[in-house]
Design a protein. Structure first.
Length: 162
């Protein structure tokens, strides 16, 4: 038996299905529909600001002894601007955000290498690993900024809602 509500029924069923999604199902639906891309762009911007501030304070303790210590501090605001722009603009999310994010990832990987080199230059070098890991530059800390860049890259490849 057909009624005049055939158009409304599928729409209502979709609405019920969407409202029933909770937790990981809701996240998966947001990824499928493109809503997550804007959220991840904004999260990248926030993460870039927080990590740049933390890196500034930690590198300031070391008196910015190496010029490369300024690179993640400078890239933080650039990543934040690209993340905010990606939140508001599809074009920026597909051009500026991946460029800034890839640069941040590369700098984070470079930071791991520089920190490893710094540990090796401490007294005793790698033979005195336990002490130098505790007292030297944090070996894995640059990977945190790499994660922020990775979020920006992921946001750039995700589908955007219309």
């Amino acid at each position: 038996m057909k009624t005049g509500l055939t158009r409304v029924a599928p729409r209502a069923a979709r609405k019920r299905a969407q409202s029933a999604d909770v937790g990981i199902d809701r996240l998966a639906r947001n990824v499928e529909t493109g809503r997550f891309e804007r959220s991840l762009s904004a999260l990248t911007a926030a993460g870039a600001v927080v990590t740049a501030a933390e890196i500034y304070f930690e590198h300031d303790k070391a008196s910015f002894g190496n010029r490369w210590m300024w690179a993640p501090v400078i890239l933080g605001p650039i990543g934040a601007v690209a993340g905010v722009a990606g939140f508001f603009s599809r074009t920026a999310a597909k051009t500026a955000l991946p460029l800034a994010a890839a640069t941040i990832v590369a700098n984070g990987l470079q930071g791991v290498w520089l920190h490893a080199r710094g540990i090796g230059q401490k007294p005793g070098g790698w033979r005195n690993l336990r002490y130098n890991l505790e007292m030297g530059p944090p070996l894995l800390a640059p990977l945190l900024v790499t994660l922020v860049g990775g979020m920006g890259l992921l946001a750039a490849v995700l589908r955007r809602e219309k």
